[in-house]
Design a protein around this ligand. Structure first.
Ligand code: C2E
Ligand code: CA
Ligand code: CA
Ligand code: CA
Length: 275
């Protein structure tokens, strides 16, 4: 087995390349993280055109005992590939619903939560969501489920059917990272959604980049026609804020206003804005 008394990494590295070995290790650590519930939810405020906080988005972090906070982009894709996302998603949705009462009591309308495509292929998907919302005694309309356009890739009919069911329950649905994926403006009116979040890549530098500004203005205009709410994400500068407000974005989210923070910090921030 192990030669030269090296770590297991050395032993494996003769068979597998380092990248693959890292994935195997990450997967094992992730399993442990699920068992030990090493996750935390951060919340990032979403504000209206006057700067008033209206909602928050729940963003998961893995608080690793040695490595500290690991951002979702470093483990969600793997969790999606291994199916571990299901267990993580259950934790995320439970915690979101648990925290929603305090956030709504602070004056917010809703709490947004990210759902992965795989979650929609569970047999008991709708029943599960309904039961969790009920268990925590919150109004379904206080939850906004964020999905990316790629959920429509596998079986768009199935997805559209489920989105209708979620909305019948009273939950709201928003398309995340709009403009980066599969969906297009041409059939936005066929999707049962309440809102779209315009991806940060279209917002970044918008006050001086011609191409992006044309796209974003077009998206905002058509969304308005269709009665779909718009959120501009990744607003970092005053120039970007002014541009999206001028062109009719309903809501905004970004470092200019507030970074994602633990629940208590966000509750304090929201209270501060009221003064
Ligand atoms: P997302 O849904 O597009 O979330 C927004 C990301 O942009 C967050 O990164 C947020 O911290 C970041 N952000 C917000 N404002 C700004 C800004 O002004 N400038 C810049 N540069 N970045 C900004 P985060 O928290 O690292 O999340 C990354 C992605 O991980 C999310 O992107 C989402 O796709 C995924 N994710 C997070 N939590 C969950 C979860 O619970 N479940 C699933 N399935 N995915 C999640
Ligand atoms: Ca999101
Ligand atoms: Ca997003
Ligand atoms: Ca994004």
């Amino acid at each position: 087995a192990k030669r030269r008394g090296g770590s297991s990494w050395h032993w494996y590295s003769s068979n597998l390349d380092a990248g693959m070995q890292q994935q195997v290790e990450l997967r094992t650590h992730l399993q442990e993280a699920i068992q030990k519930e090493q996750f935390e939810l951060f919340y990032q405020p979403i504000v209206d055109s006057l700067g008033k906080p209206r909602a928050v988005e729940a963003l998961v972090r893995w608080n690793h005992p040695d490595k500290g906070y690991i951002p979702p982009n470093d483990f969600i894709p793997l969790a999606e590939a291994t199916g571990q996302i299901i267990a993580i998603a259950d934790w995320v949705f439970e915690r979101t619903c648990r925290d929603t009462k305090a956030l709504v009591n602070a004056g917010l309308d809703s709490v947004s939560v990210n759902f992965s495509p795989l979650q929609f292929y569970r047999d008991d998907f709708i029943e599960n969501v309904a039961a969790t919302v009920r268990d925590y005694g919150i109004e379904p309309g206080q939850i906004v489920i964020e999905i990316t356009e790629n959920v429509f890739m596998r079986d768009s009919e199935h997805m559209i059917n489920l989105l209708h069911q979620l909305r019948e329950l009273g939950l709201r649905v928003a398309i995340d990272d709009f403009g980066t994926g599969f969906a297009s403006l041409s059939y936005l009116n066929q999707l049962p959604v309440d809102g779209i979040k315009i991806d940060r890549t279209f917002i970044s530098g918008i006050d001086n980049a011609g191409r992006n500004s044309a796209i974003t203005r077009g998206v905002l205009m058509i969304a308005k026609e269709l009665g779909v709410r718009t959120i501009a994400e990744g607003v970092e500068t005053e120039g970007e804020r002014e541009f999206v407000v001028t062109h009719g974005s309903d809501l905004m989210q970004g470092y200019l206003f507030c970074r994602p923070q633990p629940l208590e910090t966000v509750l304090k921030w929201v209270a501060e804005q009221d003064k």
